[in-house]
Design a protein around this ligand. Structure first.
Ligand SMILES: [Mg+2]
Length: 291
């Protein structure tokens, strides 16, 4: 159960309200939608994306496929070699967008700010949510439950006091996870974390950090801000803070509130593009843009 004190001093010394952030991430989203809609795919290694011997990549795969070492963005030909008996199906974005819209409706019932990262993932700021006495863990449970009821799909949730830790938390207990990192646990939690697990540290940055002897959060914490700046430029402050469990980035909504209701500013076409490009973005973004 997350218990967060109401007031804490931020880095700048101002008295601010302790935030409550939930990161929700659907489990094997595209593959789960396919397994939901096609009972014959259930319990089987399933790959959503290109054809087995095409130049396409794996857009998503079921947990059964992951047991064979298959992961998103892997070339389909490689996936086929690892698991020739896998079922390969093309992407059906209409179905994923429909499920995504339902999931987002659930988010908006509980959060004042919702920041989608892709069709199946979002940060929620529930600092001002009245439901469940504002207890973020209970809110996360309710969100998971309503998503299951309304879409038949399973979500994992991470609960914490900032985006960085909430995102890490959602990945701790997958699938069907609910993991909480309290303000008291945050700084210590980060210490033991491998550097490649840090959100905002892509493969290129992780390689650079390891070459400098930074393998864990504890290693990162020994670096001064100026030393980090010398190597990582503008990203240094972010790394300096996350090594201490601090991340003050706001949850940024893609909606604006107008008298007639909510208007989605970013179209679904953009989310689709993000989903398609995400693996490539993760692999190729320069370290500075990683954050
Ligand atoms: Mg996901």
């Amino acid at each position: 159960m997350i218990k967060i004190c109401l007031k804490s001093k931020s880095l700048s010394g101002k008295l601010t309200k302790q935030r409550k952030i939930i990161h929700v991430d659907m489990d094997a989203f595209f593959a789960s939608v396919e397994q939901r809609d096609n009972p014959e795919y259930r319990g089987k290694p399933l790959i959503v994306g290109g054809k087995p011997n095409s130049r396409g990549v794996v857009a998503a795969c079921s947990y059964e496929a992951r047991k064979f070492g298959i992961y998103s963005a892997m070339p389909c030909s490689q996936a086929y070699r690892l698991c020739p008996q896998a079922i390969f199906v093309p992407v059906r974005f209409e179905a994923y967008r429909e499920a995504s819209a339902k999931i987002r409706e659930v988010f908006w019932r509980y959060a004042v700010q919702v920041e989608p990262l892709s069709l199946d993932e979002a940060y929620l700021d529930v600092s001002y949510t009245a439901a469940f006495d504002g207890i973020a863990t209970k809110i996360a449970q309710a969100i998971k439950h309503e998503i299951k009821q309304e879409t038949g799909l399973i979500a994992s949730a991470g609960v914490s006091y900032n985006k960085f830790l909430a995102k890490i938390a959602s990945d701790m207990d997958k699938p069907d996870g609910l993991y909480v990192i309290t303000p008291k646990q945050g700084a210590a939690f980060v210490q033991s974390l491998a550097i490649e697990k840090f959100y905002g540290v892509g493969p290129a940055t992780a390689k650079k950090m390891k070459a400098l002897g930074i393998h864990t959060g504890a290693d990162l914490k020994t670096w001064s801000l100026s030393d980090l700046q010398a190597h990582f430029g503008k990203s240094a402050a972010y790394y300096y803070n996350i090594a201490r469990g601090i991340d003050e980035r706001a949850v940024k909504s893609f909606r604006c509130h107008v008298p007639c209701g909510y208007i989605p500013i970013r179209s679904y076409a953009l989310f689709r593009a993000i989903d398609l490009l995400q693996p490539m973005i993760e692999r190729h973004l320069s370290p500075k843009e990683d954050v």
